[in-house]
Design a binder for this molecule. Structure first.
Ligand code: PGA
Length: 250
């Protein structure tokens, strides 16, 4: 009913030759092809990597794109440009973009509009920081991110989106959300989608977990009914770890 997805966010890592070696090693490995794999390299390599994945089940994404359609925005990438090189997915609102580039929900909603207008699939990231969880404010934070980022969309538009829950305190820290914590928040996100869009629509949306997901914990995380896969950072930089995670659906 929902796609199982494992996406690798390479962030700002790998030189050209390293990036090509990584994608080739992933493509040469044996992975469960009922799982949608997505490589999200630095955008400078995206075009070449799109060429490499032809004929495989791997999709390609980039890590960011502009809320503007075109014009004098030095350094930015438009959705149309990304689409024109064969990329299919774009991360929106990763916590590092929210924190270091001050991206607010209102801007992220506009980025999503640009992506959908260009027939691209947004992977919309949400997540709370440690202080918010400790203050027991995490459900409110996520509700706000989901509502402000997504709730202006029509049913059809929402069905072209993927959601990623990434507790910020688990990203790159080695501390993973427990399987119960992940399921609890994924279930909460799905209940928000059910309330707004109804059960049938909400049940088609893949919700990925991100934050120190690795081969040793992926199986337990992915076994949860509302966890439809992972958005993998550090472990996606190693082909055998990434493929082991992709093979962790039971
Ligand atoms: P991590 O990063 O797997 O290194 O914690 C996840 C992400 O930021 O997407």
């Amino acid at each position: 009913m929902r796609r199982q997805i494992v996406a690798g966010n390479w962030k700002m890592n790998k030189t050209h030759d390293e990036a090509i070696e990584l994608i080739e090693n992933i493509l040469n490995a044996t992975y469960d092809d009922s799982v949608q794999l997505i490589a999200i390299p630095p955008s400078v390599y995206a075009s070449e990597i799109v060429g490499k994945v032809v004929g495989s089940k791997m999709g390609v994404g980039v890590q960011n794109s502009s809320q503007h359609a075109a014009g004098a925005y030095t350094g930015e990438l438009s959705s149309a440009m990304v689409k024109s090189i064969g990329v299919e997915y774009v991360l929106v609102g990763h916590s590092e973009r929210r924190e270091y580039f001050n991206e607010q929900n209102s801007v992220l909603a506009k980025k999503i509009d640009q992506l959908l207008a260009n027939d691209l699939t947004p992977i919309y990231c949400c997540g709370e920081v440690l202080e918010e969880r400790e203050a027991e404010n995490h459900f409110n934070i996520i509700k706000n991110q989901i509502e402000e980022g997504l709730f202006h969309l029509t049913e059809d538009q929402l069905q072209n989106c993927i959601v990623a829950y990434e507790p910020v305190w688990a990203i790159g820290t080695g501390v993973t959300a427990s399987s119960d914590q992940a399921q609890e928040m994924h279930h909460f996100i799905r209940s928000l989608l059910i309330e707004k869009y109804g059960l049938d629509v909400a049940n088609t949306i893949s919700i990925l977990y991100g934050g120190s997901c690795k081969p040793s914990n992926a199986k337990e995380l992915f076994a949860n009914p509302d966890v439809d896969g992972g958005l993998i950072g550090g472990a996606s930089l190693n082909a055998s770890d990434f493929v082991a995670i992709a093979n962790s659906f039971s």
